[in-house]
Design a protein around this ligand. Sequence first.
Ligand code: GDP
Ligand code: MG
Length: 403
Amino acid sequence: MIRIGIVGKTNTGKTTFFNAATSSNSEVSTYPFTTKRPNEGMGQVQTLCVCRELGLKDNPRNSKCVDGWRFIPVEIIDLPGLIKGAFAGRGLGTQFLNVVAQADVLLHVVDASGSVDPEGKITHPGMGNPILDVYDVEEEMILWFKVAVDRALQRVKKRAFKPGSFDKAMTKELVGIGVKSDHLTKALDETGLREKHPKTWKDEDSRSFSETIRTISKPTLIVANKMDLAYSEKNFDRLREEFKSQLVVPVSSEAEVALNRAKEKGYVEYVPGEETFQVLDESRLTKDQAWALAYVEQKVMTKLMRTGVQFALNSAVFKLLGMNAIYPVENPKAFSDKKGNVLPDTYLVAKGYVAKDLAREIHSDLAKNMLHAIDARNGLRLPQDYQLRDRDVISIVTAARKK
Ligand SMILES: Nc1nc2c(ncn2[C@@H]2O[C@H](COP(=O)(O)OP(=O)(O)O)[C@@H](O)[C@H]2O)c(=O)[nH]1
Ligand SMILES: [Mg+2]
């Protein structure tokens, strides 16, 4: 399952975003370091389900279908706030960074209203500088990567150096921080360090390598949070301007939490990610509740079209990670599993995944006995190395099942 890690300074709204995304109730407060241990929960990403296109009524098992939208579960981890010096093990630093290592993608939450000072305390909107905040957190992460890279270099340089064998040795050393071999290959190419003996790497080589491997191995989306507050629009433009090569998504986590609560109580109709909500019965609302919903309408929905929470998750998984949503079915004619459940599952698979990889993901035996795959849309036979495409409905044919 895809793991999404939430990082950022204290009081930027990480736990609020986590609660909004997972519909849970973790403690939110303005006291620095409220989150002592990582919160882990399940959220979901949303994609247009193939059911409508195929004219089918589906019975989802591993995911949900609401109004023609597939919601696919993802794991979300909310980390303790990061402070300067974390890379050296200060505060909750090491714990923080260990969780970063396990994430496939990061959401970097910043307070776009600038109402958090450099120490992580709440001040007036407009006082803080979200751009510097992004750089601070980035720097901590790079330094932490560098600690791991330096340690790996120490070990690797003792061994005989053969260009080509270096990749493998380094990948092995860095696997603990979530680095994969293709990440490493790319980072060595980008930094031009491939042919350089690790013994001769200077400190700036290891720094530039750490920066590169950090960027490659942990794709990161910037969540410009607290968009309902003053100064946020101005800062959002500045963030977008400064971090041109990254995705910056405007969000109001608090608005999403409010809408989820109102929905739970039956006050509003609201599908996460939808651009509007409807109050079901105005007369049931207290004055405060009515005020809160009007606030969300005016400060968030009218301005941003949405709260941005679902949009941020979707963008991280589909845009940044480039995941494809695949629908495996056992019976390609009925688009169903053995029990007749139509379009039971949706798998998120990385770009470049082939039919055999999908089989392996479903069950190792399935891959072992696989003959070929079938495109359920048209009944065409597909080879084992067919590269899966988003929204493919695929059946794996095995030797056993063919008989
Ligand atoms: N106005 C506004 N306040 C928010 C938003 N998200 C979080 N907050 C507030 O910011 C403060 C810190 O939130 P919290 O989630 O604990 O931050 P964390 O330390 O990053 O986990 C709390 O008072 C939240 O209510 C938002 O979207 N809008
Ligand atoms: Mg928190």
